[in-house]
Design a protein around this ligand. Structure first.
Ligand code: HEC
Length: 111
């Protein structure tokens, strides 16, 4: 009895830790959801980035062009170009909190 209770507590703590560790890993989210277009460093120097003529997120002038709210909106609703074609798709399977962390990550890309 005592042993199995201890086991459950330890196992439960392990799961909670794994979930929060995953949720907090903004760099992994960036790599998984953003880097294929924006590039690991945010420069947009990827095949997709060139195709979509993505701006260089390390450039302070580019960073000044959008607010944190707009960055959140870009992730939630996506971005369309002037012809109405979707260029950045809404990001799926990322929580609100993780999106906020991604905005901070984007801001930190600025050189
Ligand atoms: C399918 C390619 C693609 C992916 C994936 C993508 N983006 Fe974008 N993103 C774009 C394009 C295209 C633009 C608009 C052109 C530009 O301003 O660079 C853009 C613009 C932005 C902007 C500027 C917003 C604005 O209002 O000007 C931010 C911030 C941004 N992306 C963050 C992210 C983050 C964070 C992720 C990952 C969660 C992500 N993007 C994933 C293609 C992508």
């Amino acid at each position: 009895m005592k042993i199995s209770q201890t086991f459950l507590v330890v196992a439960g703590a392990g799961v909670a830790f794994a979930v929060s560790a995953f949720g907090a890993d903004v760099a992994a989210n960036w790599t998984e959801h953003c880097a294929k277009c924006h590039g690991e460093t945010g420069k947009g120097d990827t095949k997709m980035g060139r195709k979509l003529s993505i701006s260089d997120l390390t450039d302070a002038k580019v960073q000044a062009k959008f607010t944190d709210e707009e960055a959140m909106k870009a992730m939630k609703d996506g971005i369309k170009d002037k012809d109405g074609k979707v260029t950045m798709k809404p990001i799926e399977n990322v929580s609100e909190a993780d999106m906020k962390a991604l905005v901070a990550h984007v801001r930190a890309l600025k050189k």
